[in-house]
Design a protein around this ligand. Sequence first.
Ligand code: WQD
Length: 349
Amino acid sequence: MGEFAGKQSRGRILVTGGAGFIGSHTVVDLIENGFDPVIVDDFSNSDRGVVEGLAEICGRPVSCYEINCGDRARLQQVFESAGPIDGVIHFAASKAVGESQEKPLLYYRNNLGGLMNLLEVMAEFGTRDLVFSSSCTVYGQPASLPVTEKTPRAEPASVYGATKRICEDILTDLVASGAPHRVTLLRYFNPIGAHPSARIGELPLGDPQNLVPIILQSAAGLRGPIQIFGDDWSTRDGTCVRDYIHVLDLAAAHVRSLDWMAEQGEDPRVEVFNVGTGRGTSVDEALDAFERATGQPIAREVGPRRPGDIEQIYASCDKVERVLGWKATRTIDEAMRDAWRWQERLANR
Ligand code: WQD
């Protein structure tokens, strides 16, 4: 364990993609829990201003290296200069479902190549612990709900989903081959919200695809009414159901995973956890939550279904609560309130 600013650190943690939406919120949680994070980010889908926002929130500078994990030599240099690295949280990946269909080679090279480089450099420097950012997208449309970690993974519905599934297999096969890594696979559901300080949040570059950034832009008058992608689904109100989790809760699950792996002793392992709230929320209910939490009216129209959408998915959180002792504590209303606060600050920047 290292030292930072004279304080005993609980460990130096490399956070790839640490300037991104979930990565940046995880960096805050790491610092608040006594870890010393080192960010690696190529800023292809994040903003350099996030690093300053992190320094403001945490009251200390956060070291950051501008590299892509596909550049193995630069990754080795980071391990050499910033090391020793006690663990890694790997967020860095391309994640736009639609774009992945148009640019499969970019997604396979970036998402699979980056992970394989990271694993080889970790082995070279004796770093064993890895928390991997996976996704509920590996389940496709589950036959029964809530979805558990034993629910069979589905045929990927997108190249993005395929890269997440293959990365899980890479990690599982590597440890099965005798590699000493201790790996936690966190399957996220739908991360939303922002840090209550409104200094960091979701910053979609270009035209957002996800529901909450679109709600924010619509409420801010930056776009027209919300297009609800179908109201003829077999759900309680006809709109799609998802498990929306506050990004702060999701960040905490990563830090808890590091502690948990350290508590498990030296044996190599791969452990999978669903990280959601266990509650399904429809699109209409999410829009209602936004209006309730912010007092901002949202114009909504019903449009055609979006290709590739599944009808409903939400997590069983029994395993993550029982094994990690982690549970989401924030409501969708809190997430919508924090997200709107972030949007208002963006508008006034
Ligand atoms: C949510 C719901 C839409 C926009 C994505 C990624 C997935 C995972 C989670 C990372 C859906 C509806 C949306 C709009 C709408 N991310 N919607 N009108 O598709 O559940 O999953 O985030 O691992 O990989 O694909 O999230 O926010 O795009 O959509 O009606 O303008 O909102 O149909 O039901 P999604 P989303």
